[in-house]
Structure formats: structure tokens, C-alpha cells
Design a protein around this ligand. Structure first.
Ligand SMILES: [Zn+2]
Ligand SMILES: [Zn+2]
Length: 293
């Protein structure tokens, strides 16, 4: 199984001379089975490049697209994913079931003339929309399991298994914690612990964990409940879950290449020591990087 990063930035695209190395596009990760089938995780601006490559390589005509949630940075590239304009393509689009709207209705809203010149009804590809809760299913060679993430909107994390290898993609996720002032609420700290343990089990034994690591620990302290984790949290999760490799993902748009390089060189080794994970291979995901599992 090969995992390729097309977009690694969180919140908003951040192109420019300071983000050339890690990349400025928002979330999109491609998983390719040894047999060639393609599954894409999220449709941030990075999906534009994925679509161009699939078309130019005459890649598979059937594609699975798994959306974690419908915040802009996870769907905004979809109208620029060129396979949707070709009747030769069949796309299975999966996303979380919201209480009052299904994933197809949300796509119909943002693919309307108010937001984009081509409407959902005018797309040429055969697109099948499917709403997901927490479940497990097979899609071609991939075994997919979902788990709710901790985020301000309903969001899913995905576990993809194929031919004995596993990639876990958190999408946007903040570790569960007790909000200030509620520490005395009976049972709440225990419930948070259980929720974190359950999430760790979901990521258990991943060959590659692609994890929301948007902030430094200092910055995270100012942005609690924004729905993202810190670099420190991500290393902690990978260590507790026994993941082999950790791709730190969803970089804060203001973090320049030099800043991430500095954390990579000086802080990551200390974190691996702190979480007793000397063999964990932790790195910042960057656009264009392909990892073979
Ligand atoms: Zn995001
Ligand atoms: Zn989000």
C-alpha cells in the first residue's frame, strides 16, 4: 500500500516562499492498493493535483473519496478535482451523517451558483454519496473502519487496512479533556479517559498514523476546543497506540518551513524520549511525499 500526501496544511491554503518544502495545499491524502485501486482521504485544495495525476496516468476510473467532515479545508478542492467532469469516472463519496443533513445535501449547497459556476447536478461523473456513522465496511481491496473524532462538527477518522498493512487518518481531532471549571463534575475525568483510550484503540498498531498535529503545545494551550491537537499530543497518541510511523499533519498555516524544520530537529527527539517511543518514526507530512507500507 502506498500513501501519498497531496495537501498537508490545515484551515486554509498557505502558498508562498516560506511553505515550499512542506506545501501550502489543504488536506488530501491518496492511498493506493498494491493492485492499483485508489482511495482519497479528504478533498482540500491538494485534491486538484491528485485528480490531474490520476487523469494523466490513466489511473483507475473508479475512485473512493472519504471525507472526514465538511469544513472548507477538507472539501474546497472538490470542484477542481477533474475526474468529476468526465462521464468515464465513477466516484464513491463517503462522509459523516449529520443530524439534519446528509453529505449529498451539503455538497449540493456548496456546489450551487452562489459558490461555484458549475452545479452539483451538472457534474458528469457518476457520483454515489454515502453517509457514514461509526461502522466497518469493505470497499474493493480496502477494509475501512470509522471512528468519531473530537471536533466542533460531526467528524470521522478512518482506518484503512489492505493486504496486512494499516493506515489511520485522524482528520481533525482534538484529544478529549476536561474543560476548565468542570473537573469536579462527577465521573467526567473518567469519561474523558475512556474516550481517549477508545480512540487510541482505534489507532492501535497502525503502520502509519496520519495525525492532526496542528499546534505547538504552547499555541494549543490558547486554542483549546478549536478541535485540533498539538504535536506533543500526536506523538503521545502514536506511542500509546504502538504505531510504527507517525505523519504529523494539518500544519498551522502560519508555520513556515524553517519553523517545522526546527521542531523536527530539536523537539521531536525529546518527545519520543518523553513518551518512551525510541523506535517511532515521526516526521512532518509534506506535499509530494509518498510512503510505502
Ligand atoms: Zn481541518
Ligand atoms: Zn475541521
Amino acid at each position: 500500500m502506498r500513501v501519498r500526501f497531496w495537501g498537508v496544511r490545515g484551515s486554509i491554503a498557505a502558498p508562498g516562499s516560506e511553505t515550499v518544502k512542506y506545501g501550502g495545499n489543504t488536506a488530501c491524502v491518496q492511498v493506493t492498493a498494491p493492485t492499483g485501486e485508489v482511495l482519497l482521504l479528504d478533498a482540500g485544495t491538494g485534491i486538484r493535483g491528485a485528480g490531474q495525476k490520476i487523469v494523466s496516468d490513466k489511473g483507475p476510473l473508479s475512485i473512493a473519496l472519504l471525507i472526514t467532515h465538511t469544513h472548507w479545508d477538507h472539501i474546497q478542492g472538490f470542484p477542481y478535482f477533474i475526474p468529476i467532469y468526465s462521464p468515464r469516472f465513477a466516484i464513491d463519496l463517503f462522509g459523516p451523517r449529520l443530524p439534519h443533513r446528509n453529505i449529498e445535501e451539503i455538497f449540493a449547497i456548496f456546489l450551487s451558483h452562489e459558490f461555484h459556476p458549475v452545479r452539483k447536478m451538472e457534474l458528469a461523473a457518476r457520483i454515489r454519496y454515502r453517509d457514514l456513522g461509526e461502522e466497518a465496511f469493505r470497499h474493493g481491496p480496502f477494509a475501512v473502519t470509522t471512528c468519531y473524532a473530537h471536533h466542533p462538527v460531526v467528524a470521522l477518522s478512518y482506518r484503512i487496512e489492505c493486504q496486512g498493512k494499516t493506515v489511520v487518518y485522524t482528520g481533525d481531532h482534538e484529544p478529549y479533556f476536561v474543560v476548565d471549571g468542570k473537573a469536579t463534575e462527577p465521573g467526567l475525568p473518567e469519561r474523558m479517559e475512556v474516550a481517549n483510550a477508545r480512540y487510541t484503540d482505534f489507532a492501535r498498531g497502525a503502520d502509519l498514523l496520519v495525525c492532526d498535529a496542528m499546534y505547538t503545545a504552547e499555541e494549543y494551550a490558547k486554542k483549546k476546543l478549536w478541535g485540533h491537537g498539538s504535536i506533543d499530543d500526536a506523538v503521545g497518541l502514536a506511542a500509546s497506540a504502538g504505531a510504527k510511523r507517525l505523519a504529523l499533519f494539518h500544519h498551522e498555516p502560519n508555520y513556515a518551513d524553517a519553523f517545522l524544520d526546527d521542531i523536527d530537529a530539536h523537539h521531536l527527539p525529546r518527545l519520543k524520549e518523553r513518551f518512551s517511543a525510541p523506535n517511532l518514526e515521526a516526521f512532518f507530512a509534506r506535499e509530494g511525499l509518498e510512503v510505502t507500507l
